[in-house]
Design a protein around this ligand. Sequence first.
Ligand SMILES: *[C@@H]1O[C@H](CO)[C@@H](O)[C@H](O)[C@H]1NC(C)=O
Length: 471
Amino acid sequence: MKASRKILVLGSGFVSAGFVNYFVQHGETNVKLTIASNLVDQAQKLIDEFAPEIGHAIFFDLKDEAANRKLIKEHDVVVSLLPATLHVVIAKLCVEEKKNMVTTSYISSEMAGLDAAAKAAGIIIMNEIGLDPGIDHCSAKAVFDDIHARGGNVTGFVSYCGGLPAPENSRNPLGYKFSWNPRGVLTAAEAPARFLWNGEVVEYDAGETYAHAIPQKQYPGFNLEGVANRDSIKYRELYDIPEAETVLRGTLRFPGFATMVLTFRALGLTDTTEYGDGAAPATWPALLSRVLNVPQDISSLRAAVEAKVQERFAGSQGRVKDALNGLQWFGVFLETTKVDLATRSPIDSLTSLLNAKLVYGKGERDLVILTHEFTYQLPDQPRSHGATGKQRKTSTLVLYGDPIGSHRALTAMARCVGIPCAIATHLVLDGVITRTGVCGPMTPDLYKPLLASLAQNGIHLDEFEEDVVES
Ligand SMILES: *[C@@H]1O[C@H](CO)[C@@H](O)[C@H](O)[C@H]1NC(C)=O
């Protein structure tokens, strides 16, 4: 029998449930899990539901360095599922205590700065091993390396990922539901974006990215839009595909999301400035009156809102109508729609409204979709009549969550983020992953065992290939 191995999991959100469940499913009775959280009741509930045999909950305070050092010392590997900005504090302790660490977050420059120290300590700080980043990196990098190994060139890479409600649970103006704080989703939608398209750099300013949503045709049965996500161009280097003329990473949404996000912004509802006197307006009409600087009567409010929406959508009547119907659905013109008085700025008040209206109900499911499209050229490619000599490979993952409220229910997002992270942790514990330093899953020693284990755990991308007929 193997000696017992101790995993410290920081954070008790839904991803932690996906993580813990993996080890329970594998019957890993010699693995002991500690879930450390500032919400110790939430952690205990998670243990009771998912891992009563192998887990226990403990209170955790990021500021209590002495306690955290002791906790880290007592474990073999540390998994941080905390908000990304909090990883570095933990990573520094892991370096000092020579303990391996795993996160699902993008590598921040502060984290990258720990690379030499981590190598000197002989530990790995493995990051970017959730869904995106995570499964997307592993699956894309495996294809790039294969094309290069066959002497080919990658000419294009277009990748979209989205966490959505199941289509039958998407009936609201955004076609979207929140399983965590909407503020992050709203802030992400405000970000500028840049990508490479047929050799040209395309850039969208902050707040404008969602004005360029592109209908997606991957599946006739899914009505999807894709929106560019921040800086795609740096992935030419990160993925080592300098020859690529198209590089675009984006987010998938159902139609309606882009229109409503643009509408909220046009009305000033994504403004982060605190209310002047510190107090939120009592009702939504009062809030609209304040942000639009018009009297609070219904006809003034409607006229001001319609003018902003007409301007935003340049008079495109379909979108203007969708926007106005959407606002109506949220009840923003009704005195009975109260503003959450604990909120301090328009974006916080909006976040609170979205949180209240766009929740998953009992029995509803979420959905994760990941799609990659690779275009590439291999040496001595036979050119059939009319073909360009280029080939296209499409890889897709579509995964549904369990109905909310059922016993041991896991959302698709909890699975798609928690399982890769758990697999990486398992491979580190088993000594299959031996690399040291700060890294993501970009190299074959990491992505090969990760992809193999993901497939064994029901997460694999369907692939198909075709010739590109027109360029
Ligand atoms: C790949 O690109 C290089 C540089 O442009 C070119 O010389 C080579 O022929 C290309 N290979 C294929 C298979 O198209």
